[in-house]
Design a protein around this ligand. Structure first.
Ligand code: HAM
Length: 428
């Protein structure tokens, strides 16, 4: 195929055989969120570039290097959203949904765009299912978000494969004091830092903690620790969160180097990580961002949330073979008909079955064909049963019922008996 007719690197098609597991995952997540009282919001994919600069942070990797930004025909600078929190906060403000201390618990699902180097689990168009809560300041809601993800891992059979890493970044005052101490310590050792970290020393020093460079990490061993700079409020919040996770039986580890790549966080940050996917092991991540609403022009509004990477969770389900087997079958019965009179009767019969058994998955053969070819198509469709309608069956108002997945014998039954037989057979 000529090059300009290929999909863009890092942007994937979800093929028909792949979509059942996506739909399964999305249904599990949305069903769970319904039971916890969260409502869905649907937000635009494109926003003014300014929104992301002012929320994610000018000197983050996302804003500096990864955004898909373009001028539209009016000359407005627009960006394909690299994440969902900024747009969600914008929507809350625009519609006055968080005014007067109104609590909002919302979730969203959709594509996000970052110009990263594509590899397994890292794409340029990827999908997040995210959750955001506004106007609840306590650790109880941070705990709820984590507890509900823990329940989700249980439903999906992923609990043994994921670990919760937890940290607190403290209040903005605590963080500012810590930042000064860290910079003072590293400034005199500047020449021992890797290039990226040298740059971050003036732009975003806390991100140095996250450096992959071994020499930088060695240098950090004796550096000041954020713990020592936490104020009472941050400590109480973090202790409250941990007490609740313990009460709910959610295991966690504290990772004091966890700082996250977006600037809006304070107090709680967390990541669910797995060692089953190679380098891109974070499947869900989030934290508290009490300052963001105000930063974008609203009143002080505590907020907390997280987002899951759908591609990574799909990969994890597949890697662990945790995809339910029934997802691979999408057809229950395949109706084969021979000759025009039988074809007409088959259509009417299929509609009758759909009336009485609305959840039965029925495929009617299209494109005629010999007995052999229709049975081959029936087999390929994945159906459990082929229903066979020829001139003889038609004359008797009967169908042949041929099991396709086991050796049990073919039988013949009347059209009238068929619905209750199928209801029984498929547990409908
Ligand atoms: P994030 O850590 O940038 O946070 O992304 C959340 C998750 O999205 C990651 O843990 C990962 O699973 C997935 N993800 C990120 N980038 C890629 C990529 N290039 N390819 C595949 N998956 C990816 C946020 O976006 C925050 N908005 C989360 C949040 C919501 N915090 C508070 N509320």
């Amino acid at each position: 195929m000529s090059k300009n007719l290929q999909a863009i690197r890092g942007m994937n098609d979800i093929r028909p055989n792949e979509s059942p597991v996506w739909r399964y995952l999305e249904a599990q997540v949305s069903g769970l969120l319904d039971t916890y009282g969260y409502s869905q919001v649907r937000l635009p994919i494109v926003e003014f570039t300014e929104l992301f600069k002012r929320s994610i942070g000018e000197v983050t990797d996302i804003v500096e290097k990864e955004m898909y930004t373009f001028a539209d025909r009016n000359g407005d600078l627009l960006t394909l959203r690299p994440e969902g929190t900024a747009g969600c906060v914008r929507a809350m403000l625009e519609h006055g949904l968080t005014g007067g201390g109104q609590v909002q618990k919302v979730w969203y699902n959709g594509p996000m765009f970052r110009h990263e180097r594509p590899q397994k689990g890292r794409y340029r168009q990827f999908h997040q299912m995210g959750v955001e809560v506004f106007n609840l300041a306590g650790p109880d809601i941070d705990a709820e978000l984590i507890i509900l993800t823990w329940r989700l891992w249980g439903k999906l059979g992923l609990r043994d494969a994921v670990t919760l890493e937890l940290n607190t970044l403290g209040t903005s005052e605590a963080r500012a004091r810590y930042r000064d101490a860290l910079v003072a310590y590293l400034e005199v050792r500047r020449d021992q830092l890797d290039e990226d970290s040298q740059r971050r020393l003036t732009t975003n020093p806390l991100r140095i903690l996250d450096s992959k460079n071994a020499d930088t990490q060695a240098l950090l061993v004796d550096a000041p620790k954020l713990d020592a700079y936490l104020d009472e409020e941050s400590k109480a919040h973090f202790a409250g969160l941990q007490a609740r996770l313990q009460a709910a039986g959610v295991p966690y580890v504290i990772n004091s180097k966890l700082v996250r790549g977006l600037d809006y966080y304070g107090k709680t940050v967390f990541e669910w990580v797995t060692d089953k996917l190679g380098a891109q092991g974070t499947v869900c991540a989030g934290g508290r961002y009490d300052g963001l609403v105000e930063q974008l022009g609203g009143k002080t509004t505590p907020a907390v949330g997280f987002a899951m990477g759908v591609e990574r969770l799909v990969l994890l389900l597949e890697t662990l073979e945790a995809v339910p087997a029934e997802l691979s079958r999408s057809v229950d019965v395949y109706l084969a008909a021979f000759g025009e009179p039988a074809e007409l009767a088959a259509l009417a019969l299929a509609e009758r079955l759909r009336d009485t058994l609305p959840s039965l998955r029925v495929v009617v053969n299209a494109g005629a064909g010999s007995f052999k070819s229709q049975l081959k198509k029936a087999d390929k469709s994945g159906a459990e049963l082929a229903l066979i309608l020829g001139d003889d069956e038609l004359a008797q108002e009967q169908v042949g019922v041929k099991p396709l997945r086991d050796d049990s014998a073919q039988q013949t039954m009347s059209w009238n008996d068929l619905p209750s037989f199928l209801a029984n057979r498929f547990g409908l």
